[in-house]
Design a protein around this ligand. Sequence first.
Ligand SMILES: Nc1ncnc2c1ncn2[C@@H]1O[C@H](COP(=O)(O)OP(=O)(O)OP(=O)(O)O)[C@@H](O)[C@H]1O
Length: 466
Amino acid sequence: MNNSVNILWNKCLNVIKDNVSDITFQTWFSPIVPHSYESNVFTIQVPSQFFYEYLEDKFVDLLRMTLHREIGKDTILNYRILVENTTNTHVDYRGDAKSLSVEKITPKQANKIPNPFQKVVPTDFDSQLNPKYTFDNFFEGVSNKLARTAGETIANNPGKTAFSPLFLHGTSGVGKTHLCHAIGTRILDQYPDKKVLYVSAHLFKVQYTDATRFNTVNDFINFYQGIDVLIIDDIQELVGLEKTQNTFFHIFNHLHQNNKQLILTSDKAPAELQGVEERLLTRFRWGLTTKLENPDFELRTKILKNKILQDGLSIPEDVVTFIADNVTENVRDLEGVIVSLMAYSVIYNKEVDMALAKRVIGQAIRKIEKKKLTIDSISEVVCKHFNIKTELLQTASRKREIVQARQVAMYLSKLYTELSLAQIGAVIGKKNHATVLHACKTVKDQLEVDKTFRDDLEEIEKILKK
Ligand SMILES: Nc1ncnc2c1ncn2[C@@H]1O[C@H](COP(=O)(O)OP(=O)(O)OP(=O)(O)O)[C@@H](O)[C@H]1O
């Protein structure tokens, strides 16, 4: 690289440094490599498409003005993205989305351009919190009292209580997501300068995969290490993903050491999270682990009455009690029943009465009972069919009947759950994704040629679908 390009860029960096926070500078400007300056075009090399889009979206004014000031008024900004390191494949983009040269801007327009040399404050930061979920509409009952109280304590003093991480677990629909949004929102209300981020573990995984693809893992880590309150929902999604877990491990350690607040949710307690590294599980238990139980009758009634009030419905007291008595599993199902009742009453132009409630609930309960299949429930049915103990699937045994049961459990888990091959392997016998792939292929091949085996599978699937 030309030395004078370096010198010019360093002058620009000095200006930029004064106009953004340290963390923004480290994350978004340090990784930029000045590439060339030819015919008024100043090219900067950036690590990924995402990086380019982010700079263009958030900092293009700052970049342009700096180039104009330090290099010359006619300087044109150009980005170069290295697509492939080894072959030096790259794509170029002009920083021209908003890049009118300064002289072309009329005085009227100039007034509208924000001063790019203002400090970039964390208010730019999108927390991804849903303002719909607050403490005010999160009702308290015996089932969630401890979790709610811990949440409020954290919200008053994020990172400064013994509750970091706060690990919330419980079955689907009991209010984990609602509670963690409520905590995040209250923290922001009280500490508007804090960087609070809500992210699902699924999105975290996708972002990490993109970062590895575009060679920007360091930026990814930097970004997450700069958060004050990190909320990761459905952490069980990381089961079996060794590399993502490893990266999360470093982020976790950094945040924890710096007294930042972590809030994690999962459908299982840490002890039951097979396929998550032990060193992470140990850390999950460092703060407070608390379970959100299924709501009790009193809480169910409270939530129902509130929902009815909110939706402007009129439902007799005995019907409310009937619903609270019969829909017991989780809050999401309760809300579903109210929505169905509302729909029926509109369609048939009828007041909600006990007869209608019984009809709707009859259908809802049948639907609720048709539970989602999990690896555990599949493994259980498979082992029962082949008459072997479920624990044997976890052993390294190569006995024919155990291998077969293991392969069938893997095949059906792939068919009936949304888990990846790696996740299935991590839960069934700590195998890798290639073993699961092989299992699926073996089962498919055998199904084509072996009638008895076909009957076995039909029988198992019948039980699973009941
Ligand atoms: N205590 C509560 N008070 C009021 N509403 C609640 C309460 N608990 C849950 N809800 C409501 O129930 C619905 C489901 O809750 P939520 O999505 O938080 O469950 P979850 O445990 O995160 O489920 P999943 O694991 O499937 O994501 C939401 O609409 C939420 O607002």
